[in-house]
Each structure stands twice: as structure tokens, then as C-alpha cells.
Design a binder for this molecule. Structure first.
Ligand SMILES: NC(=O)c1ccc[n+]([C@@H]2O[C@H](COP(=O)([O-])OP(=O)(O)OC[C@H]3O[C@@H](n4cnc5c(N)ncnc54)[C@H](OP(=O)(O)O)[C@@H]3O)[C@@H](O)[C@H]2O)c1
Length: 254
């Protein structure tokens, strides 16, 4: 149950965090199937990986928009037919929606839910059935600490990640006796393109390389819910304990 993958499919592979994880896995000889929507950036990532670790393992790329949940089970079927030895999956794609636009326009809010929650859940439904039938496999999904408590300025993104976390919890419960691991990965403040408009000063910010090391470690370990870096677990727990009547008045809740 705690072995490192041999061939992993990475959805949203051009994400900064996923790219760093792909580099680490390649260095360990793990074969990679990289799925992302931007063909040019995917080609550049492929070139970069071949340059760094060509010969260590296979790198294959697949271009696909991951924002259409209905299309994703068929995408998974095509992947597993082409790469029947896929034994692990990392779902990394996501967007940080503009909260004000989500508040103003239900369509924008729904789109945020589709990309950040429903697309992963559609993929997971297909992947889970294949791994369950086989009796093995590791599934890792990047959620967020934002999914642990609703906040004024980020609750649409938080709700999507929270829904995903609950879905993964149930899936883990279903699959744990079937030889399939389900890992919920919860980073917090990471210096990636997603947070480029933030003021990224202070000790709570982490580099994507650090988070990627934690992800790769998690795939070889036994954890179920992994906070990255680790200190976010006690921080999030402490925040969780604040009563709602107080929390809604705090600057922390923004
Ligand atoms: N950065 C943080 O502070 C932080 C904290 C907690 C959790 N996370 C989560 O970590 C994961 C990785 O994000 P990141 O920080 O590495 O940011 P990032 O570099 O901006 O990566 C986001 C990725 O999602 C992809 N994506 C978005 N919509 C897509 C779609 N419809 N189809 C295919 N790909 C799509 C983007 O592709 P394009 O390049 O084509 O747009 C991009 O590669 C996300 O799930 C994010 O929610 C990040």
C-alpha cells in the first residue's frame, strides 16, 4: 500500500507544483504521463524533463482541457487503454476564481466549481472504478486548506476544495479495503502563478519545490490527509476551533 508509483498520470501537469513533482518523480525513475491544456507549455515541460532526466524514465504528454467534467471519464479510458500499467494519479489542475465576480455572476461561480471540484470528481469516479477492479493504485488530489473553513474573500474556491475533500474522504473509505490509496493533499500559501497577485511576504509562504517534495513523499508513505508544509495542520485545527460567532468578526475570516 505504500510503494512508490511506477507510472503516474499527472492532470494539470503544467501547474508549478505539479511540474516540480514531475521532476522529482522522473529523477526517481517514475514514468510520467502529463496531461494539460496548453500544448505549447506542455511541449516545453516535456523538453525540460527530457533534458533533466532523459533515459531515466518515459515521459508522455497528452493535451486536454480539464474544465469539462462530462468529457473526462472518456479521457481516462483512453489513457488507461494506452498506458495499462498506470498505477498512480495526481490531480493538480485548478484556478483561483475572482471572488467578487463569483458573487456578481452565478455563471462565473458555477464555472469555478466545475474546474476546481466537479472535473476532479468526474475523473475520480472513472479512475476509482478501474483501480478498485485491479485491487491496487494510488490517487493523490491537490485540495487546499481554503477548503477547511469558509472565508469572506475566498469562499467559492474554498467551497470547491471543501467539496473535493469530502468526496475524497468518502472515496478513501470505500477503497481502503480494496488496495487503493486516496491521498488528500492540502497546501496553503505557495509562490506559484496562481498567487502572483498576492503580497507574498512572510514565513507562511512556501516555495513549490517544498510542496512538491511533500507530495512525492506522501505517495511513498501512508498518510491520508497531508498538510503542506506540515505546520498548516495545527494552524488549521486552531482556526477550526474558533466558534462561528467569533470567527465571522475576525480579520482572519477574510
Ligand atoms: N498556489 C497556492 O497557494 C495553492 C494553495 C493551495 C492549493 N493550491 C492548489 O494547487 C494546485 C496547483 O496550483 P499551482 O499553485 O501550481 O498553480 P498554477 O501553476 O497556476 O497551476 C494551475 C494549473 O491548473 C491548470 N488548469 C486550470 N484550468 C484548467 C483547465 N480547464 N484544464 C486544464 N488545466 C487547467 C492550469 O493550466 P494553464 O497553465 O493552461 O492555465 C495550471 O497548469 C491547484 O489545484 C491549486 O488550487 C495552490
Amino acid at each position: 500500500m505504500s510503494t512508490a508509483p511506477r507510472r503516474i498520470a499527472i492532470f494539470g501537469a503544467t501547474s508549478r507544483i505539479a511540474t516540480e513533482a514531475a521532476r522529482l518523480w522522473l529523477a526517481r525513475g517514475v514514468n510520467l504521463v502529463l496531461i494539460a491544456r496548453n500544448a505549447e507549455r506542455l511541449r516545453m515541460l516535456d523538453d525540460d524533463l527530457v533534458l533533466r532526466g532523459g533515459g531515466l524514465a518515459e515521459v508522455n504528454v497528452v493535451t486536454a482541457d480539464l474544465g469539462e467534467p462530462e468529457a473526462l471519464p472518456a479521457l481516462w479510458t483512453s489513457l488507461i487503454e494506452r498506458f495499462p500499467d498506470l498505477d498512480a494519479v495526481l490531480i493538480a489542475h485548478g484556478t483561483l476564481p475572482n471572488q467578487r465576480r463569483c458573487e456578481a455572476d452565478p455563471e462565473v461561480m458555477l464555472e469555478a466549481m466545475r474546474v476546481n471540484a466537479l472535473s476532479a470528481m468526474a475523473l475520480l469516479t472513472a479512475i476509482a472504478n478501474d483501480f478498485e477492479a485491479r485491487g491496487s493504485g494510488t490517487i493523490g488530489v491537490i485540495g487546499s486548506v481554503a477548503g477547511d473553513r469558509g472565508r469572506r474573500n475566498r469562499y467559492v474556491y474554498g467551497a470547491a476544495k471543501g467539496m473535493l475533500a469530502l468526496f475524497l474522504q468518502g472515496l478513501r473509505t470505500r477503497l481502503h479495503e480494496k488496495g487503493v490509496r486516496v491521498i488528500t493533499i492540502k497546501p496553503a500559501l505557495v509562490t506559484t502563478p496562481m498567487t502572483q497577485d498576492f503580497d507574498r511576504q512572510g514565513p507562511l509562504w512556501s516555495r513549490p519545490e517544498r510542496v512538491a517534495r511533500g507530495i512525492v513523499r506522501a505517495f511513498g508513505g501512508r498518510g491520508n490527509v497531508v498538510y503542506l508544509p506540515w505546520f498548516w495542520r495545527p494552524v488549521t485545527w486552531a482556526i477550526h476551533l474558533i466558534p462561528e460567532g467569533i470567527f465571522k468578526r475576525l480579520a482572519l475570516a477574510r
